[in-house]
Design a protein around this ligand. Structure first.
Ligand SMILES: [Zn+2]
Length: 395
């Protein structure tokens, strides 16, 4: 009998449901999948057989019994494909190869001498090629490449503006798709960081979370009502450029007095240089400041407190706007969190409207420097599974 289109669609939907249940609950028995999905056991068994043939699911030894024979457990087969995920920062590129569960298998980090696209792009291509070459053999090979960038990114993966890299209107997605002939995902690095923390970070990340990426610039990624919030065209979260000082310091975005000119790694280093704490030619100025702070240098500790207060000012605005349950701080300034935290908390506690503080938690990224690459891995893997549903492996 020829199947109708509707039956086909229902089967695909059921198969996706079975796979996502196995991914979320791995290891899980067939009976438990049936119970959770509401599908009958025969349907689950037949769909699981197809998923095993497609190498997305595998069986493992018996699990716990609730009385009778111990059931065979089903596992998501994370090794059937790999993603390449990149955190393209200011002055560095971090790249990782992950399996389909997001586990990092290989990592490379390079520093970039210049932010010019003509310098960064060949370095990026080289890094991606190295990661691809190190991927173990697998059924689906490299399933995609995800790149997080500190930029305003359009829905079609074009970098519209990256003030701290001084890039404008670069269609990175198109360029990488031509170079590698693979699915390419380009996303703002703070959005990727927020998603990475939600998917792979703290179990306690709530449905109302603001992820503040504080590196050379500042961006925020928002999980609102459980979903990543992008705004109308994907540009939400450019809060590093909100004005906090009228006629203040000049910013690369063209405005004056932007938050990131007072509260970022860039602000910290510039003030450190102006105050004579570190040399202008230093190759690693942040490390130099950390050394000074560890030696209890008063002026350096005071500078950290000032930066912390400015971080607190911006976060207080975010708290008053979004009423989050959880604020997570990530990116480069994680390294100096111990010196920043008292000033950040001091400002928030004394300036946030009281009832906004109820149930509010502030913490630093659980994934450390890996929030963005893990988020890009999640986007790439989810894109592959969604695409798989529609085309090549007919989920
Ligand atoms: Zn600005």
């Amino acid at each position: 009998m020829k199947r109708t289109w509707n039956q086909h669609v229902v089967k695909q939907e059921n198969k996706t449901l079975v796979l996502s249940t196995i991914i979320d609950r791995t290891p899980i028995s067939r009976a438990h999948v049936a119970q959770l999905t509401g599908l009958n056991k025969g349907t689950v068994s037949s769909l699981v057989s197809e998923l095993i043939t497609e190498e997305l699911v595998e069986e493992s030894g018996p699990g716990k019994s609730s009385g009778g024979r111990r059931p065979v457990m089903l596992l998501f087969n994370g090794g059937s494909g790999h993603s390449v995920s990149i955190d393209l920062g200011v002055g560095y590129i971090r790249g990782v190869l992950t399996n389909l569960t997001g586990e990092i298998i290989v990592e490379h980090k390079v520093t970039t001498e210049s932010n010019a696209f003509a310098v960064v792009y060949p370095t990026l291509l080289d890094l991606i090629k190295q990661l691809i070459n190190k991927a173990p053999a697998s059924r689906y090979g490299i399933i995609g490449i995800g790149v997080g960038v500190p930029a305003v990114v359009s829905h079609v993966g074009e970098i519209l503006l990256a003030p701290n890299l001084d890039w404008k209107n670069i269609n990175l997605k198109e360029k990488l798709a031509k170079a590698f002939n693979l699915p390419i995902y380009i996303e703002n690095e703070a959005n990727a960081g927020a998603y990475g923390e939600k998917r792979f970070g703290s179990k306690f990340v709530s449905e109302h979370m603001i992820y503040a990426s504080i590196g050379m610039g500042i961006g925020i990624g928002m999980i609102l009502d459980g979903n990543l919030y992008n705004g109308l065209k994907g540009f939400a979260g450019e809060i590093g450029h909100m004005t906090i000082v009228k006629d203040g310091r000049k910013c690369r975005c063209g405005n004056n007095g932007c938050w990131e000119r007072y509260a970022s790694e860039q602000a910290l280093i510039q003030e450190g240089e102006i105050r004579g704490l570190i040399a202008q030619q230093s190759t690693d100025p942040l490390a130099d400041l950390i050394t000074l702070a560890k030696a209890n240098d008063d002026k350096t500790i005071k500078l950290f407190e000032e930066i912390g207060t400015y971080i607190g000012i911006g976060l207080t605005n975010c708290i008053n706007i979004f009423n989050p349950q959880h604020i997570v701080i990530g990116n480069q300034l994680l390294q100096v969190k111990d010196w920043l935290l008292p000033a950040i908390m001091g400002h928030i506690q004394s300036h946030t409207i009281g009832f906004h503080q109820q149930d509010l938690q502030l913490s630093f990224a659980k994934l450390g420097q890996y929030s963005t690459v893990k988020g890009m891995a999640a986007f790439t893997i989810e894109g592959f599974l969604l695409e798989a549903k529609n085309t090549n492996i007919q989920l």
